[in-house]
Unconditional design. Structure first.
Length: 257
């Protein structure tokens, strides 16, 4: 039964009731009381059905909305997890890049340091600028440090090895001089004379030559060879005039008179 039919019956029933109240006969009414009650029942039933349908639809819509929200929340959570994973990978890659760059920098610095060690260097030797190899300079510095620290016994082989290894080095005359001076410090005067004579013979024009002759003269005095000492001192005055060693030689000649 449709809603329209139910309404018509309800109106008819209402009219019937009104007619009864105004004195019309019950038989003159369009519908009976039973029909009116039935129309009301049918209308209520239809209203309930419509209400139930609307309720079910609202429930279904709400459930669908909740499912959609849950799906959206799940998608958002998945996206957040993916973003976190990508961020973690980015951090790892960033650290790897930084580590690689630092390693490359360390390799470059190490290589640069090694190359510099191999490159010739400029050094001031006895007041003169000279070019020496990095290994050559390190070897000389290590040997001369022994002499400067008073370790004469170890300085002698270290300096002697340097002279043999680098005979043409600008450091060679100084190394030879300190070999003789180390022997003198150890009171090995004969060895001191031999080593300083080698210096004067091999490097006669070197600035160390007159000082080497002074060491020779001093060793000769210690050996009671005064005549030899005078000859050596006179050679200094004659061959190297104007240098400080020449004045020292003159002073010592006065003492040997």
């Amino acid at each position: 039964m449709t809603l329209r039919t139910s309404r018509l019956r309800l109106l008819a029933a209402t009219a019937c009731i009104g007619a009864s109240l105004t004195g019309f006969s019950a038989h003159a009414a369009l519908f009976s009381d039973d029909e009116a009650r039935q129309a009301i029942i049918d209308l209520r039933k239809e209203v309930r059905e419509r209400s139930d349908q609307q309720g079910r639809k609202l429930t279904d819509d709400l459930a669908q909305s909740q499912r959609s929200q849950l799906q959206l929340a799940s998608q958002i959570e998945q996206l957040q997890q993916e973003i976190a994973r990508l961020r973690g990978q980015i951090e790892i890659l960033t650290k790897q890049v930084a580590d690689t760059q630092q390693a490359q920098k360390d390799i470059y610095l190490d290589l640069d340091t090694r190359l510099k060690r191999l490159e010739p260097q400029t050094a001031s030797i006895d007041g003169q600028q000279a070019t020496v190899g990095a290994d050559e300079k390190r070897a000389y510095d290590a040997a001369i440090d022994l002499f400067r620290n008073g370790n004469y016994a170890d300085a002698i082989p270290a300096l002697s090895n340097f002279v043999r290894q680098y005979p043409q080095s600008p450091y060679a005359p100084a190394a030879q001089f300190y070999v003789g001076s180390s022997h003198y410090a150890l009171k090995d005067y004969k060895a001191a004379i031999t080593q300083q004579q080698a210096l004067v013979k091999n490097f006669p024009t070197n600035v160390r030559a007159p000082d080497a002759l002074l060491v020779i003269a001093g060793s000769q005095v210690e050996l009671n060879d005064r005549r030899g000492a005078r000859t050596t001192l006179e050679r200094i005055v004659r061959d190297y005039p104007g240098v400080p060693a020449a004045q020292t030689a003159k002073d010592r000649l006065e003492l040997l008179k």
